[in-house]
Write a protein that binds this ligand. Structure first.
Ligand code: AMP
Length: 189
């Protein structure tokens, strides 16, 4: 089982790139944001709980998120691994993932870090707000998501760097060029 973890701030293009990678890698994209949004749309208890955090741009509690990911990775299409998009986002989630992968006999092959500068990110998120109308793409929530990324998720780069897994990818190129770089980086892992 092989796992690729896409790391990058909100608006870096993780979702777009992960979807494109599904075919070339033959692994499913597992996006915690998409899973929460699916639950929200279907008004499940998990969705109702998640909404209170998501609307403000805060993280859904680790236990809830980890339990959801465990369920998802137990599905048949993830038997060979997955492209993780938006997970882990905290050290506790990274630790839980390590534990889960040791149980499943899986390993993280590479952690591409998609780099885009702050000003560009805000522009992208505000544009996405107009196109997709995501509730958490308003200015307050965006600011919170950026702060949460800096405080909780960015430190994971140090953690994965210690394991020699992080490779920087320039996210400020065309979608196709970013995809090409990602495929090269993952192929070399
Ligand atoms: P995303 O689509 O990845 O930007 O996620 C949208 C929102 O879902 C985030 O702002 C969080 O509220 C929630 N979320 C997604 N992934 C996680 C995670 N790994 N841990 C906690 N909350 C998450």
């Amino acid at each position: 089982m092989k796992f690729v973890i896409l790391i990058g701030p909100p608006g870096a293009g993780k979702g777009t790139q992960a979807k494109m990678l599904e075919q070339s890698l033959g692994l499913p994209q597992v996006s915690t944001g998409d899973l929460f949004r699916y639950n929200l749309k279907n008004e499940t208890p998990l969705g109702k709980l998640a909404r209170t955090f998501m609307d403000k741009g805060e993280l859904v509690p680790d236990e809830v998120t980890v339990a959801m990911v465990k369920d998802r990775l137990a599905q048949a299409d993830a038997a060979d691994g997955a492209i993780l998009d938006g997970f882990p986002r905290t050290q506790a989630q990274a630790d839980a993932l390590d534990q889960l992968l040791s149980q499943l006999g899986g390993r993280i092959t590479v952690v591409p870090n998609i780099i885009v500068d702050g000003e560009e990110l805000i522009q992208r998120l505000l544009k996405r707000a107009q196109i997709e109308g995501r509730a958490d793409d308003n200015e307050d929530a965006i600011r919170t998501r950026m702060r949460v990324y800096q405080e909780q998720t960015k430190p994971l780069l140090d953690y994965y760097q210690q394991h020699g897994l992080v490779v920087d990818v320039n996210g400020q190129q065309s979608i196709e060029d970013v995809q090409q770089d990602l495929q090269r980086v993952i192929g070399q892992a």
